[in-house]
Each structure stands twice: as C-alpha cells, then as structure tokens.
Design a protein around this ligand. Structure first.
Ligand code: NAI
Ligand code: MG
Length: 503
C-alpha cells in the first residue's frame, strides 16, 4: 500500500474522536489532566505520525490516584456492595466491551499496530471473557471452617474459620503488546476480589485502556475503584511502586524492570506478582504431523509480530525433518502480508515503536556477527512505519544473544536435535526464563513425558498460544512470580484471615 493510501485509511467516528485530542486520566471518577499540565504524544506505529496527546502523569497524580483508591476501598460503596451486584457489574463490563468490539479493535490497531483482524478475533473478545469469567468468582470464593487438632484445656472448645479479604489498594503496571487484554488480565481478578486499583498503562499504548475506563464508568463502577494513570515507567510507574499507600504491585513487562520493582517493593514489603519475559522452546519431533506443526511453529513466533512474552522463539527440530520444517516455516514467513494494522488484509503490522524496531534489528545484527544465517527476512522494511521482516535464523546455538535473550520481535532461531533425549530437555531448559513451551508429535507418551520435564508454566502440545480466562498462565524461573487468570490469580488479591473463637 502506498504511503498516501496508508494515510487515507478511514477511521470510524468513535476512533476518529481520538485524533488530535489531549486525553485526560481517570482519577476518583473524574477525567483530569496531569497536575503539571504536561502531556506527551502517542504515535501510530504504521506511519510514525502522532495520534494524540495524553496526560503525563507523575508522582503527584499517582498520589492523588492512590488516595482515591484508598478512599474507595475503605469507605466507598465498593466494599459493602453485595457480591452478586459486584459480579453483575463486572459481567456488564464484559458485555460493554463486546458491544464496542469494533471500536476497541480499531483503536488497538491504530495505537499498537497489530492487525485489526487479530484485535477483533483475539484481544477484544478475550478481554471481555476475563471480565465475564472473573465476575463469577465474586459469589463463589469464600473461607472455610477448620476443626482444630490440639486440645489446649480439656472441656474447652474452639471454633475456627477463615475469611478471604481483599488485599487492598493495588498498583498495576502493564505493557504495550496487548494493551487492552493486559488491562483486563489485571483488573478482572483484582475487582472480583474486592480490591481497588491504580492502573499505570504503557506509555506507547494508553488509548484502549482509557476507553475501557469510560466503559467501566458506564457499567456503574463506583468512583475511585479503578484509577488510570498515563505516564512513563521511570516516573509514574516508579512512583506507584514506591507509594506507601499501595498494598500490592502486579506487573507485566521486562525482567529488567521486574527486578527494579522487587527492589523498590522491599522497602515496605509490598506484595508483588510478576509476569516477565520468556524465550520459549518449541520442539518439533520427527513423528509430528508437519502439516500442522509447520504453520503452528510459524504462528508461535510470528503471532503479534513476536511481541509476546510466550513467543516460540527457540525452535528445536529433530534432525531428519529439520530442513523440511525450517524451509516450511520460512515459506510461511515469506507469505505473511506486512502492512498497517488498520488495513483488513494485513497479517503483520509494525513493531510498536521505533525503539522496539531498533532493539529487534540490534539483535539481528548481533546474530549475523555471531554467524547466524537468515533463511528469510533479517532486516527492517525501508520507508515509513516501524516494520521488521519475519525472520528465520539458522546456524544458531546457545551462547549467542539471539538464542539466549528475549528479542520480542518476529525472529525465530532454529536448531536441530538428534533425538528427544536428556540432551534435548537440557537444551530446552537452558534459559533464565521458563514461561511457555511447545511440543509437536503424534506420540502421546513422548508428549506427556517431555511436558513433565520442561521447566515452563505453560506447555502446548500440537498447538501454541492457546489462552483461556480459566487457565493459569505465568512463569518458572525469571519469567515471573505467580500466575495470571484462572482460580490461581485470585490468591494474589486476597488475604486469608483465620478467626478463632472460644465457645
Ligand atoms: P518495560 O518493562 O520497561 O515496560 C513495561 C511497563 O513497565 C510500562 O508500563 C512501563 O512504563 C513500566 N516501567 C518501566 N520502567 C519502570 C520502572 N522503573 N518502575 C515502574 N514501572 C516501570 O518494557 P519495555 O521497555 O516497553 O520493553 C523492553 C523489553 O521488555 C521488550 O523488548 C521485551 O523483551 C520485554 N517486554 C516483555 C513484556 C511481557 O509481556 N513480558 C511486555 C513488554 C516488554
Ligand atoms: Mg523500558
């Protein structure tokens, strides 16, 4: 598509409203500018053009938001609202997300660069699903009665039970790769447990979460229950992590910032959950159905332009089918249609930002210096927008940066293995990360025994990138602390109180 045509992509009315705006933040139920009055630009990554300005939240704004969340937690209607009403309200948020599916998908595509078809099929419906799923937990999670084992004084009896109470005011910090979905992953469980939230969205992609803020208000969420701050990580993000009024931090992003957060939270021992980077192995055995394994391995890395924490970025292929699989994956890569996300024919959009494009290209350069060879791709696309070609690298081995480090772009490193033995398992587990893994085989017992030995929070067999609100997701090792989604995530947002009464 020509540059002129890209510019001409028509925006719908509700999304067109964002163009040239100065968007405000949501604090205490009001849309407000930053205390400093400062704003910063949000760019369309397909063209590099400014979409609008958003408030540059900082310490003073975070402080206001935390106070609003505290007030809502201690004395607003939220803590005393009936659980069934809380559940219905959350369900309504999910319904409203679906009612605005077209608009949210378009906004996400404009801001993040992802294909609108993907935002429509994945990001938006999965976001709605989190609210729908989590809404059910409001009425279904409670404490238990526990008989005591020790008889202290003969004849004296005790009655003990537990209460599950919300942890309090939660600070949530999210990245730019799935802006709306990450907001939903974070807000859903926190709200279901009765917490109040200050959400700091990624500076690259604030728009869909701001729209979600309006939707939550429309659904009737009381003021101050969710506050949304736009701003940078080093300022607004760090202020939230350091704020003494915050009881817990939930973070998704780089492992590097995860470490900073743990250090900062050590001061007052805030509770912390982390969903960090990955370098997921994707293992193709010779007996796999290659008709599904080849497109599966391609989509494992190229979905969302490789900007996925769980991307199948280390492809291990059994020797006798190596050439066929890497050639097949390369063929898939060559066919991917790059373009602006808003073009309905686009299959892969630009990287989210110029910085991310440079980061990915920096990895490609280092790979080539270390002897890697690109079967396809290997460079950025010239011209407007932050595009990088889908890339398949061979002649790669552990010790190279492209194999060891998270690239977060459409780059897969392919390596052959002799047989599915200890050496393969060691190679697959040879990473500081442990987020996800894939296995492609027709042999059920091999599949299960390899799955059991992989150090990863998620293992996909003959599939990849399958998510569900009911399925826990999170990492071993330096991929994080705790799990998102499912029943497992609720633990992060609850305190268990044991109550004992002498009868
Ligand atoms: P990042 O970790 O810096 O940003 C994620 C979020 O953390 C953003 O909201 C940011 O404002 C905030 N943040 C940054 N510094 C902070 C600080 N000192 N205190 C509190 N909050 C802070 O990630 P970035 O720079 O956008 O991407 C760098 C790399 O991180 C990527 O190339 C990728 O490898 C990885 N990444 C992993 C993600 C995942 O889903 N696990 C998501 C985004 C990035
Ligand atoms: Mg950063």
């Amino acid at each position: 598509m020509s540059a002129a045509a890209e510019q001409m992509l028509p925006l719908s009315k509700p999304v067109g409203r964002f163009i040239g705006e100065r968007k405000k933040m949501l604090i205490a139920g009001k849309w407000v500018p930053a205390e400093s009055g400062k704003t910063f630009p949000v760019y369309n990554p397909a063209t590099g053009e400014e979409i609008c300005q958003v408030a540059e939240g900082d310490k003073a704004d975070v402080d206001k938001a935390v106070k609003a969340a505290r007030k809502a937690f201690e004395s607003g209607p939220w803590p005393t609202m009936s659980l069934s009403k809380r559940g219905r309200l959350m369900h309504r948020i999910g319904d409203l997300i679906l009612e605005h599916l077209d608009e949210l998908a378009e906004l996400e595509s404009l801001d993040n660069g992802k294909p609108i078809s993907v935002a429509r099929a994945a990001d938006v419906p999965l976001s709605a699903d989190i609210f729908h799923y989590m809404s059910g937990w409001c009425t279904k999670r409670h404490g238990v009665t526990i008989p005591l084992n020790v008889l202290y004084t003969p004849g004296v009896e005790y009655h003990s039970y537990t209460r599950l109470e919300p942890v309090g005011v939660v600070g949530q910090i999210i990245p730019w790769n799935f802006p709306l979905l990450m907001a939903a992953w974070k807000l859903g469980p926190a709200l279901a447990c009765g917490c109040t939230v200050v959400l700091k969205v990624a500076e690259e992609t604030p728009l869909s979460a701001l729209r979600l803020g309006e939707i939550m208000q429309e659904a009737g969420l009381p003021d101050g229950v969710v506050n949304i701050i736009t701003g940078f990580g080093e300022t607004a993000g760090a202020a939230l992590v350091g704020h003494p009024g915050v009881d817990k931090i939930a973070f998704t992003g780089s492992t590097e910032v995860g470490r900073l957060i743990v250090k900062a939270a050590a001061n007052d021992l805030k509770k912390v959950s982390l969903e960090l980077g990955g370098k997921s192995p994707n293992i193709v055995l010779a007996d796999a159905d290659l008709d599904i394994a080849i497109p599966g391995a391609a989509s494992a890395i190229f979905f969302n332009h490789g900007q996925c924490c769980c991307a199948g970025s280390r492809l291990y292929v059994e020797q006798q089918v190596f050439d066929k699989v890497v050639e097949g994956v390369s063929e898939q890569a060559r066919k991917i249609k790059l373009g602006p996300g808003l073009d309905p024919k686009t299959e892969m959009g630009p990287m989210v930002s110029e910085i991310q494009q440079q980061r990915v290209c920096g990895y490609l350069d280092s790979g080539f210096k270390d002897g890697a060879k690109a079967l396809t791709g290997g460079k950025k696309r010239d011209g407007r927008g932050y595009f990088v070609e889908p890339t398949v690298l061979v002649n790669t081995r552990a010790g190279m940066k492209v194999v060891d480090e998270e690239i977060f772009g459409p780059v897969v490193t392919a390596m052959p293995f002799k047989s599915p033995d200890d050496e393969l398992i060691n190679q697959a587990n040879n990473s500081i990360y442990g987020l996800a893994a894939g296995i492609w085989t027709r042999d059920v017992s091999k599949a299960h025994s390899i799955a059991a030995r992989l150090k990863a929070g998620t293992v996909w067999i003959n599939c990849f990138n399958i998510f569900d609100a009911a399925l826990p997701f999170g990492g071993y090792k330096q991929s994080g602390w705790g799990r998102e989604m499912g029943e497992a995530v609720l633990e992060h947002y609850t305190e268990t109180k044991a109550v004992t009464i002498r009868l």
